[in-house]
Design a protein around this ligand. Sequence first.
Ligand SMILES: *Cc1c(COP(=O)(O)O)cnc(C)c1O
Ligand code: SF4
Length: 362
Amino acid sequence: MRHRIDSEMALREYIQPSETESEAIEATKDVFQWSITPYYASLMDPSDPNCPIRRQVVPLMDELAPDVVGMEDPLEEVAHSPVKNLIHNYPDRVAFCVTSQCAIYCRYCLRKRMVGEAEFMMRKGELREAIAYIAAHSEIRDVLLTGGDPLTLGDANIDWLLTELRAIPHVDLIRIGSRMPVKLPQRITPELCEVLSKHHPIWFNTHFNHPNELTPEAGAAIDRLLRAGVPVGNQTVLLKGINDSVETMRELCQGLVRMRIRPYYLYQAQLIGGTAHLRTPIEVGMHIMHELQGRLTGFAIPKYVLDTPFGKVPLTRDYVLGRNAEGVVMKSTRGDIWVEMNEAPLPGQVPIGLPEMDSFVK
Ligand SMILES: *Cc1c(COP(=O)(O)O)cnc(C)c1O
Ligand code: SF4
């Protein structure tokens, strides 16, 4: 962390920045944080400005282009925060931003409004307030520690937080959302794993976006978590020019399960100001999902979702087309029509039925 790259000169030890990169490092200074770990910089292609690692963390002048739809807080997280940094949008779950610090600053970050900002750091008293809110709301069964990156906190603070949360009887599940295995896998120390394993059930979601991030160092970090009994999932953001192709996504998902990481979500990129050049049409994401379906191990396929102020919406194609006199009509992922003989629900049994369809000869 202390050796992070935060100047163009330091970056030059790893890559030859392009003109727009050099210009943007200076010009975006006051817009969004910038720093890269030496490890993550070592994964960059020094000569390719389109390198998928570079494009995630080195700014471009595009970030300053007028972005008609760009918003600061598209998920209305602030409105959903009853106390500082605690987002309570689902009845049974909270996202608890325990810090605003990150080891690197991803250019598309959903929480640009707060990530890296001193005013969103959490003092101990503020952490206690959030914990008190969780303790007072017995419907909260699942606490997701996020940020920023919760693993920028020291082991002792993490241990304290987990101890406090574990003391709340209605908290079943504690999850950690961290990109450390990707950007600083050395942070997943045996000591940290020891701390986590004291507070089970702890689940972990990390954030690999590209197969080039699946390095031996990252694999060793994941192995340490798994050996500590912590199941590891992955959330990917669909990013234009970085991972928005069937081949890249397939390679990523295959690589993840090879490391025993379960692909969990593929996120449609949010409408954050200055990220238009990284966003992809939803149809492209749906096409990628369609191509993965049936051609990749079932559990290697993430769920493609869009987060909205009303929760996550699965961006799925309808494989179930409707109901006809024979049963439920569906389309296979290969395009075949299949009618499954299946009894219709009783009137009033479900609030919404399937569209009615004509019978046809199979
Ligand atoms: C995504 C999210 C969660 C966790 O949702 P899961 O679908 O259970 O992974 C919780 N709170 C907020 C505010 C979220 O955005
Ligand atoms: S690791 Fe996550 S929170 Fe941190 S900058 Fe990247 S996307 Fe944002």
